[in-house]
Design a binder for this molecule. Structure first.
Ligand SMILES: Nc1ncnc2c1ncn2[C@@H]1O[C@H](COP(=O)(O)OP(=O)(O)OP(=O)(O)O)[C@@H](O)[C@H]1O
Length: 878
């Protein structure tokens, strides 16, 4: 890294003290030597305090922002084992290449999830995860989120994606109390179990990474109304299927083949025709053992996802068949009119391949060696050359593997995808290949780098253009920050009417053998106006160079058109459709396979298919809130805790991290300089919350007062009613007392007149024996009861009604209410008591000498003489 690079990248925004922000991406040397000197001085000054460099947890705080200062900070942090650093709106993740204890533990997840301000914690991938999750909870548009994880091979994208999935599987399910634990566990587990299967079938050990994903993927984690994980879906991109039949030097085939080789039981080996000592051409470096070679884990995940034993058998037999195919070789034919022969040792392999793929061996042999040409309704058989035979063999293996992979992805989706009615938002995790630039680059690299251009454009559009347009729409004084617009590069690759893709497609559709030199001339002629393409005039190999945002890449033209055609001979598809392996038969009889049969090759070329799937991905990304994580590989050898400056700086440049910091810092600068928007926002929020608080207080006060008034009214009404009732009662008592007094006086007068008639015993004891009763009846509390029962009528009619009257009178006299002993008759006309009669069973004594009112406040003496009545206990005086 030299100061020229720094000058090239220094952020002008940092040096601006004015009220407007200006451009920051300076390509080329500064025309002012004094400016260069002062920048170098600033860089030196910044780097002097080495001990402080690791404290920069956000690279936007670095000043000046240059590749050197950024690199030094990251290095200092890596040295003290801090692997995450914010770069404004992006998170930079440095791969430690060794497990770091407690960095991703459950407790750490909980800590970030429960924190009120996770941003204030140490930078971590969980901050990104939590921010996205809270955005969904907040339901602020766009509610759906995308976590874009990028970086070169081995940088840690898959690891990061797995961390994100585990995080959501934990925090988005932990609060689930409503659902049965079983359901929750099942869905989380299924979502996580999709990883080992896809990695077994889609990852391989390469020179750059022992567990390199050979496909891109976008996983949508589906959340319900309560933001709980209820399902997921996976979209895959551009599986590197050529690896099945052709492994780059010192690299391996897909993991699954090695897992089978190493983990099969004797029984399985027999079934798969895979003896211990068998060597397979398509399984190089089989002696190398890596931790991903775990067959048991893959099978277990398959079981969890519902791939039953029979389906597994079918899958593994197909894979074993592919391996046998790899050992089939052809000898060249001396006579061009005759098909090539199988090499002697290949006959067994072909036979076994046919048996494992459940297709007729002769037909398989014929399909590989002879081409069927259609001329009108006639078919002509044309023997293939040795090279063509090998190509057809490879093609058969690739198409089987690619279709099997697609079937697996569909199966996984069916198993983990929730019904649309059950989820309303999603968080997408995009794990795509990073920018690639090798010695020899071909169609795959063109597609990968094109995808990265698209993502970069989305990133820039989202963070810079959108932000600046927002400032302008808000009427802020703003002079646009220049950013590196990669539209012209995208036009070169995918634009219309002419672009690399359109010319490739045109060439692919021509029914002729493609010639690299001719195609190069065509490219030169058609695309010479685009500044992003160039040619090295001295190179003998046909190529073209594209200036990507991350650097220039040379693409080799040889083989590019053929790769784009990706032809599948129709005879091969027809053969596979006849397979007695139910799975193989099924995956080749679907609609796409039918297309392939009828047209000989899929009309959709590789680049068209890739472009379409990328466009639908971009559409999804545009409707979501993106979060970018840039994974950085600190050394090419995957050595733990080793930081190679050259390696890192290349990646920082490739992913445009310095520009990213500029973008974020420019936005920050803008906020500080122009609008103090944040401050205003904060104040607005505070005032709004104060208003809300006042409204709540008023409402509560109003409610409290209303409740109080109601209670007072109720109390008043109750008091009035009670006093009215009491007054009425007292009035009744007064009237009743008057009646009783009156009656008593009359009775007394009457008694005075009749005194001589009374029996001397009665006079002596104050009572009269009206009849003889063996068991005298005790009367309690009778005076008051009797008086009230008869009130207010002078004639002793009762105020109570029917049964009450009877009971009242009988209770007053303490008469037992057993049936038949006493009878109370009501007066039909006045509803009073007409009489009380006792059956003539015994004597009843009636106390008569004193007024019952005199005893109103006492209990009659149980031993008193008032014990009963004769037949008529009481008779109404009319
Ligand atoms: N955060 C981490 N902590 C510990 N080890 C890590 C971490 N990230 C990555 N690694 C290690 O680095 C290796 C490579 O990471 P990973 O497979 O995720 O890379 P990648 O970017 O997905 O590569 P590719 O593009 O080839 O698939 C992992 O197998 C793992 O051993």
């Amino acid at each position: 890294m030299n100061s020229a690079d720094d000058r090239r990248n220094v952020r002008a925004g940092h040096r601006n003290g004015g009220g407007t922000v200006t451009g920051f991406v300076h390509k080329g040397h500064s025309p002012h030597p004094s400016l260069d000197d002062s920048l170098e001085g600033e860089i030196r000054a910044f780097l002097t305090d080495e001990d402080q460099l690791h404290t920069y947890d956000d690279l936007t705080k670095v000043n000046p922002v240059t590749p050197t200062t950024v690199l030094k900070c990251l290095q200092a942090r890596y040295r003290v084992k801090v692997f995450y650093t914010h770069a404004g709106c992006t998170l930079v993740a440095l791969n430690p290449f060794q497990p770091i204890p407690d960095l991703y533990s459950l407790d750490v997840m909980k800590e970030y999830h429960c924190a009120s301000q996770p941003q204030e914690f140490k930078p971590h991938i969980f901050i990104v995860a939590e921010e996205a999750y809270r955005n969904v909870q907040g339901q602020l548009e766009p509610v759906n989120q995308s976590l874009v994880v990028s970086g070169e091979s081995g940088a840690g994208k898959t690891w990061t994606s797995r961390c994100l999935m585990k995080y959501y599987a934990t925090v988005a399910a932990s609060s689930s109390v409503l659902k049965s634990q079983d359901t929750v566990e099942r869905i989380e587990r299924r979502v996580l179990d999709s990883n080992p299967i896809m990695e077994a079938f889609g990852n391989a050990c390469t020179l750059r990474n022992n567990n390199s994903s050979r496909f891109g993927k976008y996983i949508q984690l589906q959340l319900d109304r309560c933001q709980l994980l209820v399902g997921a879906s996976v979209q895959t991109y551009l599986l590197e299927k050529t690896r099945v039949a052709c492994q780059p030097a010192n690299e391996r085939n897909f993991h699954i083949f090695y897992q089978m080789m190493k983990g099969a039981t004797d029984e399985q080996r027999k079934e798969w025709k895979m003896s211990h000592d068998q060597r397979f051409v398509w399984l190089p470096k089989a002696e190398k053992t890596i931790e991903e070679d775990c067959f048991h884990d893959t099978v277990e995940a398959m079981v969890h996802l519902g791939i039953n034993a029979e389906k597994q058998r079918q899958i593994f037999k197909i894979l074993a068949g592919i391996l046998q195919l790899g050992n089939v070789n052809f000898s060249s034919s001396t006579d061009e009119s005759q098909p090539c022969n199988l090499q002697e040792q290949s006959k067994d392999f072909l036979q076994r391949a046919a048996e494992l793929l459940c297709v007729p061996a002769e037909e398989l042999q014929l399909c590989l060696r002879v081409r069927t040409l259609k001329a009108g309704k006639q078919s002509v058989l044309k023997p293939c050359s040795q090279a063509e035979c090998s190509m057809r063999r490879d093609c058969l293996a690739k198409v089987i593997y690619a279709q099997l992979f697609e079937w697996l992805v569909t199966f996984i989706n069916n198993s983990i995808c929730a019904d649309k009615s059950t989820w309303c938002n999603f968080i997408g995790v995009l794990d795509v290949y990073g920018f690639e630039c090798f010695q020899i680059n071909n169609l795959e690299q063109l597609c990968i780098n094109y995808a990265n251009e698209k993502l970069q454009q989305h990133f820039v559009a989202h963070y810079l253009r959108a932000q600046q347009e927002e400032y302008v729409s808000e009427g802020l004084q703003w002079s646009f920050v220049k950013y590196q617009d990669n539209q012209s590069c995208l036009d070169l690759i995918e634009g219309s009417p002419v672009s690399v893709f359109s010319l490739l497609n045109e060439e692919s559709r021509l029914n002729r053998a493609s010639d690299a030199k001719t195609f190069k001339v065509r490219l030169e002629k058609e695309l010479c106006d685009n500044v992003n393409i160039s040619w090295d005039k001295f190179s003998k190999v046909p190529h073209f160079t594209v200036a990507h945002y991350a650097g220039k890449v040379n693409y080799q033209i040889q083989g590019m058109v053929e790769k784009n055609k990706d032809p599948v001979p129709p005879e091969l598809i027809s053969l596979l459709q006849k397979s007695e392996n139910a799975l193989l038969h099924q995956i080749f009889t679907d609609r796409e396979a039918e297309n392939m049969t009828s047209k000989g090759l899929s009309k959709v070329t590789v680049v068209s298919k890739f472009k379409n799937s990328l466009e639908s991905l971009m559409k999804i990304l545009h409707t979501t809130t993106p979060h970018y994580t840039r994974c950085i590989k600190p050394n090419p050898d995957c050595k733990p805790l080793t930081f190679k400056k050259e390696e890192v700086i290349m990646q920082l440049e490739a992913c445009g991290i310095v520009e990213t910091i500029h973008i974020s810092a420019a936005a920050l600068t803008c906020l500080t300089l122009v609008s103090q928007l944040d401050l205003l926002e904060d104040q607005r929020k505070r005032i709004l919350s104060q208003c809300a608080f006042s409204i709540q207080c008023c409402w509560l006060r109003y409610q409290r007062r209303r409740r109080q008034a109601r209670r007072q009214s109720a109390t008043l009404i109750q008091a009035v009613v009670r006093s009215w009732l009491v007054r009425r009662q007292v009035q009744r008592w007064n009237r009743a007392a008057a009646v009783i007094q009156n009656t008593w006086r009359k009775w007394r007068d009457l008694v005075k007149e009749d005194v001589p008639v009374l029996n001397p015993v009665v006079r002596e004891r104050g009572s009269v024996q009206l009849s003889t009763i063996q068991e005298p009846v005790t009367v309690r509390g009778w005076p008051m009861g009797l008086a009230l029962a008869s009130a207010p009528s002078i004639t002793m009619s009762l105020t109570a009604t029917g049964f009450q009257k009877m009971m009242s009178v009988m209770a007053s006299l303490n008469l037992p209410s057993r049936s038949g002993e006493y009878k109370v008759e009501t007066n039909q006309y006045t509803q009073g008591v007409a009489s009380i009669r006792a059956q003539p069973k015994g004597s009843v004594k009636l106390h008569y000498q004193r007024s019952p009112l005199l005893y109103a406040d006492r209990q009659p003496d149980l031993k008193s003489d008032v014990t009963g009545f004769n037949e008529i206990l009481l008779e109404k005086t009319l």
